[in-house]
Design a binder for this molecule. Sequence first.
Ligand code: AMP
Ligand code: MG
Length: 333
Amino acid sequence: MKKLPILLFIFLLLAGCRSSQPAYEADIFAMDTVMSLDVWADDESQTLTEELVQIIQELEAELSVTRANSAISAANAGQTVQLSGTVATLLDGTLALSGRTGGALDPTIYPVLQLWGFTTENKQVPAPDALAEALAHTGADRVHLDGTTLQLEDGCQLDFGAVAKGYAGQLCADHLLQAAPDCAAMLMLGGNAQTVGTKPDGSAWRVGITDPDDPAAVIAVLELTGTHSIVTSGGYQRYFEQDGEVYCHIIDPTTGYPADTGLTSVTIVCQNGLLADGLSTALYVMGPEAAVKFWRGSNDFEMVLIAQDRGVLVTEGLTDGFTCDAAYEVLTR
Ligand code: AMP
Ligand code: MG
């Protein structure tokens, strides 16, 4: 198959996801990214879409590390805080996933991320002693969550950048399916996609995977029916160069350095947005061999891995309707 150019990608998104016009659509800026919400729910479409916007904005207000008055900012400043049940559930699930991935997903990596300047315009390689000092305060065991009461140990700070958008997609899907079980939706939250229900024309949802070597194009397209979370983590999404080296925004918590395992992109497809988003980051950190082993030991997600040499691995559960610009290998259990 020839390389899919950007226009075709846009066509796929438009034609694939909107072959029947959504009853209501909204484009918003939240969580530092552009989100587009397309909802088909008859005359409830507009109301439901507005409710989704509110769900996303409320989550962002509580999680934000850049808004001084958010609950997480207060916790990061050393205060004991009361979380909403929604965010306590997110934190609880994130800590569990951190354990399941052997710490590859580490929601306490924020002080390290700040040293690299990923939260600012001044990205730079940090001094080794500053990095060692910041790393000394990381680790999920420094987070104390008792019901909805959160207290962080001194120097420990949380950041939900690896999971917030996936969880937001999950909350939106749950809300839609509860309010209007027969509805359909395609929610694009930055690079995260959340499909809900069956497209009114009965065709499959089509979701493109960005080409890591040419982020204006797609390298592969997934066809899915029903409700799924599809999340991609890639080094190409945010990075800087210094002295000829490229440094990406996904940090290996064991070294404090950007993950550099030979992968350029990890896409996770599953039924749970927090799991999809958390695993996309964690498996990127783990690298290809550990990621394949992890998938073989699990039964709750499928994935597409893309390596620096453009080698593509796709797990057996995704091969129906999968098209790819590069040669790919199918992983079996
Ligand atoms: P994602 O794009 O979902 O892979 O998330 C990347 C974001 O998560 C980064 O921009 C950081 O805010 C944060 N992050 C980076 N490395 C890690 C890590 N190892 N564990 C948890 N969060 C991380
Ligand atoms: Mg993630």
